[in-house]
Design a binder for this molecule. Structure first.
Ligand code: NAP
Ligand code: GLV
Length: 323
């Protein structure tokens, strides 16, 4: 009997062709996520689930899904999935690392430049009709070339950002859960404590996963340590930063600029104060959004799913907590 699979959004054409050739796949037709109730109801009866980072796959959904053999996330971050519950019920979880690393690091670097050089203000200045002449001291930003970059989370994406930063002759500090010995010798990155990194960096870029230890890792007391011209770039997860503390830090000039591809909450309501601050740029979570990266991760998610349905090891499994 063919497998039944629920897919919480349409995928790319290549990925859907591959999936449809293997199983009966039902795709959620909207561009917005299914409600929790729909996700619970659909997942209850299927053999496999393909989900996105917007879908809260919690213990109750996993508990009720008696036939579920695999959960395949189309993203590298899996903070929306209760991994302890998946481990308890013996359900492998797949994700899509590596294939989106360069796309996300490219975006992080674009955001570093956009924040340091106040691009959003300059664009508004020109398009709003304020550009009357060349001015010596107008719209001054910060140097990126030769500046000190602090990378928090020296994993795949953190290292890819460091590789880009070397081309900008940056001094690269990092803080991570474990030492990245290879990156230290290959990229010349310097391990420091979190406090040292925040105190010394001109630009701070976040690349940790969201977990209990990283939730609001950057809050009021961390902003106190940062330099008044510092640029904070977040392409990790919104909840790594305390949003209210960030608003206060930007308003009081405790830090210079924030550029966020991810926010807490997400999406950030369009009336939110952060949109009105001249020293903040908000993007709608587009870190991996290149045609190639998104097609590749969708295909990998299908490969993870098929392996799980066939009872084979997943090509890219998430490490589940041990019992
Ligand atoms: P990764 O290779 O696992 O790197 C994460 C790094 O963070 C690892 O070095 C890890 O250390 C470190 N870390 C974990 N917990 C920490 C803690 N409490 N304190 C300090 N460091 C900690 O993951 P990745 O592929 O680089 O992706 C990183 C995150 O980026 C994803 O989880 C996702 O949330 C986000 N992301 C966002 C976008 C976007 O569209 N904006 C795209 C892709 C990814 P260990 O080596 O010790 O585990
Ligand atoms: C995107 O945010 C991802 O985790 O892949």
């Amino acid at each position: 009997m063919p497998f039944n699979v629920f897919v919480t959004r349409h995928l790319t054409q290549d990925a859907e062709e591959k999936l449809n050739a293997f199983c009966n796949a039902e795709y959620w037709p909207e561009t917005t996520p299914p409600s929790y109730e729909v996700l619970l109801e659909k997942t209850r009866s299927v053999d496999g689930l393909v989900c996105l980072l917007t879908d809260p796959v919690d213990r109750e959904i996993i508990r009720q899904a008696k036939n579920l053999k695999v959960i395949s996330q189309v993203a590298v971050g899996v903070d929306n999935i209760d991994l302890a519950a998946a481990a308890d019920y013996g359900i492998p979880v797949g994700h899509t690392p590596d294939l989106l690393t360069d796309a996300t690091a490219d975006l992080a670097f674009a955001l570093i430049l956009a924040g340091a050089r106040r691009l959003s203000e300059a664009i508004d200045y020109a398009s709003d009709g304020h550009w009357k002449t060349w001015e010596l001291t107008n719209l001054l930003g910060e140097d990126v070339y030769g500046a000190t970059l602090g990378i928090i989370g020296m994993g795949r994406i953190g290292q890819a950002v460091a590789r880009r930063a070397r081309g900008f002759n940056m001094r690269i500090l990092y803080h991570s859960r474990s030492r990245a010995a290879e990156a230290e010798s290959a990229l010349g990155v310097i391990y420091v404590s979190l406090d040292e990194l925040l105190t010394q960096s001109d630009i701070v870029s976040l690349h940790v996963p969201l977990n209990d230890a990283t939730q609001t890792l950057i809050g009021a007391s961390q902003f106190e340590l940062m330099r008044s011209h510092a640029v904070l770039v977040n392409t990790a997860r919104g909840a790594v930063v305390d949003t209210n503390a960030l608003v206060a830090a930007l308003k009081t000039g405790q830090i210079g600029f924030a550029v966020l591809d991810v926010t807490d909450p997400e999406p950030l309501p369009h009336t939110h104060e952060l949109y009105k601050l001249p020293n903040a740029i908000i993007l709608p979570h587009i870190g991996s959004a290149t045609r190639s990266a998104r097609n590749q991760i969708a295909l990998l998610a299908v490969e993870n799913l098929i392996a799980g349905l066939e009872g084979r090891p997943l090509p890219k499994p998430v490490n589940l907590p041990k019992h």
